[in-house]
Design a binder for this molecule. Structure first.
Ligand code: ZN
Length: 484
């Protein structure tokens, strides 16, 4: 190789070097710098978060006054006497809902006369309270519960379901004792107590009580959410709604309380399968009847259930057949299948799976109703609202093991999904093995002690949220406090 070509080669090398630096080197260096800044910030934020959570964890827990335990239990029992039942859409005990509003107004006089609390009746039956904190400009949070209850079959109750009886000063019986009047009254007791002590929360928050959670929340929580939006509030720091209660002695191998905080909710997909064929008489049945084709499709689905996700399969599907009668071969047959949609799958994936398994073009699939699973809320060490809830649980239930979980039922949180990614579902009461069937079942009850702990939990949440105020992002709206 001659000198000229060597020089040429060198020049070429320099050119490549420059090109390399321009194309890869500089972006790489800039990327490394950015990564370094991001890591530094993450470590810094992590340490800052940990130190503030440490303060929260180690603060002297100021407890709610125990002398009022029985009075609070009696106030809950009074609310359980009001049969605010939701039977179906357009079928609710509306008079009872109005009665319940009046009951809250009368029994929580401090909340209703506080100058920093605004009460609004939304869509006639739902309630929105704005508790204006002393410190402005921080993102507010929202505590949710619902005013309605599911129907009862009184003949199967040991204690009349709307008698509001406290048995042996130990158990408060009545429909709604767990789901979810202990939430509504529990939150209100905590706020009433704070005012009674002459205090006022630092942070602004909402108490949002829908009146139709058991039948979709469309007229209650949806309207509550719209009211907030109309006020310019489209961002919340976190939402805490009902969810799993704590369990005790239900999981073998531990005698600790297990607190599962819902970080997502399963979605639903109700599919209608139908087959149309020719009608005929059973004495001359076609080779394949509509029922036969449909039954085969359903059998294939039964044999090939949706894949198990995160170690748990979907809820067992419900099959409902429209039974043929007389001796006529019906021209068509239908089946309804209800799926629960896991957070790691979509409704479209569920349908695609069913279609693949059925693999018969004569079976028509129609989506009757569907709802995607909720996004998974953050639950890591650096998620301050989640950790604050964990610490609040442990301050009240000192031995509790707190774990994130997918909530299997649906709540009003779906109406608040656009406000925050921090949506948590938790019911601060304890369900013992003998109580499991009482939830939406017969003889629903809460013990006086557990109700006291529920009130204490909400009190701790409000107090702890205040301790963390410096960590809360700023709010661009002033929460409408000028209206108060
Ligand atoms: Zn509920």
């Amino acid at each position: 190789m001659g000198l000229a070509s060597k020089r040429k080669g060198h020049w070429r090398y320099r050119c490549w070097q420059k090109l390399f630096l321009a194309l890869i080197g500089f972006p790489l260096a800039a990327g490394l710098l950015l990564a370094f800044v991001a890591i530094f910030r993450a470590v810094f934020v992590h340490q800052q978060n940990q130190s503030v959570l440490h303060i929260l964890n180690n603060q002297v827990v100021d407890k709610i006054d125990e002398s009022q335990i029985m009075q609070r239990a009696e106030r809950l029992a009074g609310a359980l006497k009001i049969p605010s039942v939701s039977y179906a859409t357009d079928n609710q005990e509306k008079e009872a809902l109005l009665q319940l509003q009046q009951y809250l107004q009368t029994n929580f006089p401090l909340i209703h006369s506080a100058t920093f609390i605004k009460k609004e009746v939304i869509n006639t039956y739902s309630l929105l309270y704005t508790v204006e904190g002393t410190i402005k400009g921080k993102l507010p949070y929202l505590l949710a519960s619902h005013l309605d209850v599911v129907p009862v079959d009184p003949s199967t109750w040991e204690v009349p379901p709307f008698s509001g009886k406290i048995i042996n000063r130990t158990y408060i019986y009545g429909r709604g004792a767990i789901d979810d009047k202990c939430g509504v009254l529990g939150i209100m007791e905590a706020v009433e107590y704070i005012i009674q002590k002459g205090e006022r929360p630092q942070r602004t928050f909402f108490m949002a009580f829908g009146h139709d959670e058991e039948i979709s929340g469309k007229r209650g929580a949806q309207e509550l959410a719209k009211t907030l939006k109309a006020r310019g509030i489209d961002h919340l720091d976190f939402v805490l709604d009902e969810g799993f209660p704590l369990t005790k002695d239900l999981i073998p191998g531990t005698d600790k309380h297990i607190a599962m905080v819902g970080i997502s909710e399963k979605g639903t997909a109700t599919l209608e399968l139908s087959v149309s064929g020719n009608p005929g008489h059973s004495s001359f049945p076609p080779e394949e009847s509509a029922i036969g084709i449909l039954a085969a499709a359903v059998a294939r689905l039964e044999e090939n259930p949706q894949p198990s996700l995160l170690g748990k399969g979907p809820e067992s599907a419900t099959f409902k057949y429209l039974a043929p009668h007389d001796n006529v071969v019906p021209p068509s047959a239908k089946a309804v299948i209800n799926h629960r949609v896991h957070p790691s799958q979509t409704v479209a994936e569920v349908i695609a799976y069913d279609r693949k398994i059925i693999s018969d073009p004569r079976v028509h699939i129609r989506v009757k109703t569907s709802r995607e699973a909720h996004p998974v809320s953050p639950f890591g060490q650096d998620c301050i609202p989640f950790q604050m809830i964990v610490i609040s649980i442990k301050q009240v239930f000192t031995d509790a093991v707190v774990v994130p979980a997918v909530f299997i039922a649906n709540t009003d949180t779906r109406w608040y999904l656009s406000f925050t990614t921090n949506l948590y579902r938790f019911l601060p009461t304890v369900v013992m093995p003998e109580d499991v069937s009482r939830y939406h079942g017969n003889n629903e009850r809460i013990s006086v002690q557990h109700y006291h702990q529920a009130v204490s939990f909400y009190y701790r949440v409000i107090k702890n949220a205040d301790v963390l105020i410096d960590q809360v992002p700023a709010s661009t709206v002033n929460n409408g406090d000028e209206e108060l």
